[in-house]
Design a protein around this ligand. Structure first.
Ligand code: TXA
Ligand code: MG
Length: 350
């Protein structure tokens, strides 16, 4: 299949491009599009065959449900059975935005979209191109991240092309995304809202709106045998680079020292080494391919670059990645969730 590739200027959206995309979606074909978090791989959420194509293109296990993207409240009502009070409050405060909410699904949503579950994940993205695409096509769009399963989520259209060229009908290029890691997922079907995946919208931000919020135990550490995460996707080793990735925790100076030691040793043994540093520490490193992932004073600069850096190390066939720790109570929590998964929870305290 020849993948159509179209650029759109976010300040002057060419509706013809979105109409063409809408036509393809109506035909049951796949269209990748930008959102504020990562690029999504879209299909008509209410068409079983179209949803099935997503799993095939990504090589994704079919028990891993998709997020249904909507552009207005009318579309929300179409796909959910009811809207609990907590959900109403969250929608009002955070939509459009990087928050996915789990509802009981309406009958119209096929199990192919929800991975066999009776619930549905819904999100209204804060991105003009995405919103306009749903409006123009008059369609709710199921979209996982537009990467091959097991690779980092795409933050540019080029990443999508690298993974899915020839496998999908169209890629809409709307430039680099603003956040760079996937949306926060919160389940409001129980009494106390529960975070199933951390993201830009933090626990504190949610608690300000709905009171106590819990965190699914499956996301706080490596998965124990037999424990099932509430978001099925969290059980897969997502976001994994090819290299052996270790995160170092401790005082900046000691972390840099330790990484320098290990990097030198690996280089002497003939391996390729990548180092994830920050603007504040990059000058400390002497060996290997050293990349600053952003400034410690600007967590958004870090989340935005994380997946790009991991992809670049993949492209360079790096054997070992050594990374600093970016833990915090805000966005750093979600950043570390992704980094720890990418590292298979290999952490060394120094
Ligand atoms: O930021 C995002 O959310 C991006 C953009 C494209 O919107 N999408 C995204 O989709 O990250 P994906 O498919 O890569 O991740 C969806 C996650 C998976 O972990 C899946 O298991 C979970 O959402 N999920 C979907 N439906 C669910 C449901 N009904 N109950 C629990 N978890 C669900
Ligand atoms: Mg994904």
């Amino acid at each position: 299949m020849e993948t159509i590739y179209k650029k759109v200027d976010i300040n002057e959206i060419d509706l013809k491009v979105l109409e063409e995309a809408g036509e393809l979606l109506r035909n049951g074909d796949l269209v990748a599009f930008p959102t504020e978090t990562v690029y999504g791989l879209g299909a008509n959420a209410l068409n079983e065959q179209a949803a099935a194509k997503i799993y095939e293109a990504k090589g994704r296990p079919s028990d891993n449900p998709l997020i249904v993207h909507v552009c207005d409240e009318k579309q929300v009502k179409k796909v959910v059975r009811s809207i609990p009070d907590n959900a109403k409050k969250l929608m009002e405060k955070f939509w459009p935005g990087p928050l996915t909410i789990i509802f009981h699904k309406a009958d119209i949503v096929p199990f192919a979209t929800t991975g066999g579950l009776d619930t549905v994940a819904v999100r209204m993205p804060d991105h003009k191109v995405a919103l306009k695409l749903m409006e123009v096509s008059d369609m709710v769009i199921a979209a996982p991240s537009a990467n091959t399963s097991g690779r980092p989520s795409p933050t540019t259209a080029m990443h999508v092309k690298d993974d899915l060229d020839g496998k999908i009908a169209m890629i809409i290029d709307g430039g680099e995304v603003g956040i760079g890691i996937e949306s926060t997922i919160v389940d409001v079907t129980g009494e106390i809202p529960m975070i199933l995946r951390p993201g830009y919208i933090t626990r504190n931000m949610l608690e300000e709106v709905v009171g106590q919020v819990e965190i699914d135990s499956a996301i706080t550490g490596p998965m124990k045998e037999g424990v099932k995460p509430k978001a099925p996707g969290m059980k897969y080793k997502h976001y994994a680079p090819k290299a052996d990735f270790t995160i170092y925790e401790g005082e900046n100076i000691r972390v840099s020292q330790k990484i320098n030691e290990r990097a030198l040793k690996c280089l002497e043994e003939g391996y390729k080494v990548g180092i994830i540093a920050s603007d504040e520490t990059i000058a400390n490193y002497k060996y290997g391919d050293v990349v600053s992932i952003g400034s410690r004073n600007d967590e958004l600069s870090i989340s935005k670059k994380l997946y790009r850096v991991l992809r670049e190390f993949d492209d360079k066939n790096v054997d070992y990645i050594f990374g600093e720790n970016f833990e915090s109570e805000e966005l750093g929590y979600a950043i570390m969730n992704r980094m720890l998964k990418a590292a298979g929870y290999q952490v060394e305290k120094v």
